[in-house]
Design a protein around this ligand. Structure first.
Ligand SMILES: [Ca+2]
Length: 345
């Protein structure tokens, strides 16, 4: 607990030091299949002191269903000025969370003042084009890089003034913390897209691979405290109701290091680490990150390759020997942010 308190103190003083203005941010998500995207999006919306969310693009499989989940989440925060871009539909996949958003259509979002871009990749290219040396963007990639790669293929210079924070890859450890790397899902789903993302010229590239994200489950006291706000906070209520729907529709069967249920804690919040690192930039605490020359192999592995890899600031482990002490700190900051959203916009 001492570590957590010390960290929270240093984190809040860091926020005071770096709290200039929120950074223009693009979120690229496959929300609805795994649950961590929902928490990442909610965290980003709750922290309008850190993020000026400019666009949410939905990528891979049933992108229209994913867009509806984003629309309902934006409506909870009354953030109708954040446009939604629908990436290419690439097939059908489970969207276990969709039922939660069924009562809020994209038409309703539009009539509430929202904007939906049917040609998501065009909207993405336009938004990325607004990044300049004077107006640096954050790009938070928490799904397969399908849309991003299509955009960069036709215009590779669009990444130049953007800092990328991605949940992707598996460097030394695999799923369930096995000592052999895995073909991580976001990479394996679209390997050529991941190769383009890793070989592009970013202003900065911060990576949350499963080496670290395996441990991102929020439970115990911090979860019990979060549950207490179900009545008083609409943001907490939207998390708990969407989580319950996702869990009941199939999410309960997905793999995780620790058991989870809506009453006890979260599934693995892989994506939340990428969003957290974006919000804390330039600090990487409580992770231990190292710049590694990484490439994506043709069969979907993340490899260190000194001759071909570009430098990626990769989260390899956590500061505490028990990783859960560090991820509890991340969890308490994220959940606390959702309980008490900053209200700048
Ligand atoms: Ca995701």
């Amino acid at each position: 607990m001492n570590f957590i308190k010390r960290f929270l103190l240093s984190f809040s003083s860091l926020l005071l030091l770096t709290n200039s203005s929120p950074v223009p941010t693009i979120l690229d998500t496959d929300i609805g299949t795994d649950y961590d995207d929902q928490v990442a999006l909610t965290y980003i919306l709750a922290r309008s002191d850190l993020f000026d969310l400019k666009l949410v693009i939905c990528s891979s499989f049933n992108t229209t269903a994913r867009a509806q989940i984003v629309a309902k989440t934006l409506s909870v925060f009354k953030r109708f000025h954040v446009p939604i871009a629908i990436g290419n539909i690439t097939g059908v996949n489970n969207v276990w969370e969709f039922e939660w958003a069924q009562d809020y259509s994209l038409e309703q979002f539009s009539s509430d003042g929202g904007t939906v871009y049917q040609n998501g990749e065009e909207a993405l290219a336009n938004e990325m084009g607004k990044a300049t040396s004077e107006n640096i963007y954050h790009y938070i990639q928490i799904g397969p890089a399908t849309s991003l790669a299509h955009v960069l293929e036709s215009n590779p210079s669009l990444s130049k003034y953007i800092r990328l924070f991605a949940m992707a890859g598996s460097i030394y450890y695999g799923y369930d913390n096995t000592s052999t790397p895995s073909k991580e899902y976001n990479v394996a789903t679209d390997i050529p897209a991941a190769q383009i993302m890793f070989s592009s010229e970013w202003l900065y590239f911060g990576l949350a691979p499963i080496d670290c994200t395996n441990f991102m489950q929020f439970n115990g006291l911090i979860w019990q405290q979060f549950l207490n706000y179900v009545i008083s906070s609409s943001a907490v209520r939207s998390i708990l109701t969407s989580y319950a729907v996702w869990y009941a529709n199939g999410g309960k069967n997905i793999d995780a290091m620790e058991p989870f249920s809506p009453g006890t804690g979260t599934s693995t919040m892989h994506d939340v680490l990428a969003a957290f690192l974006a919000g804390a930039y330039t600090d990487v605490s409580p992770t231990i990150s190292e710049i590694l020359p990484l490439v994506i192999t043709r069969d979907g592995y993340t490899q260190v390759n000194a001759s071909h890899g570009k430098g990626v600031n990769s989260c390899l482990k956590f500061e505490t020997s028990n990783p859960y002490l560090s991820t509890t700190v991340v969890g308490s900051i994220v959940l606390e942010s959702i309980i008490k959203p900053t209200n700048k916009s």
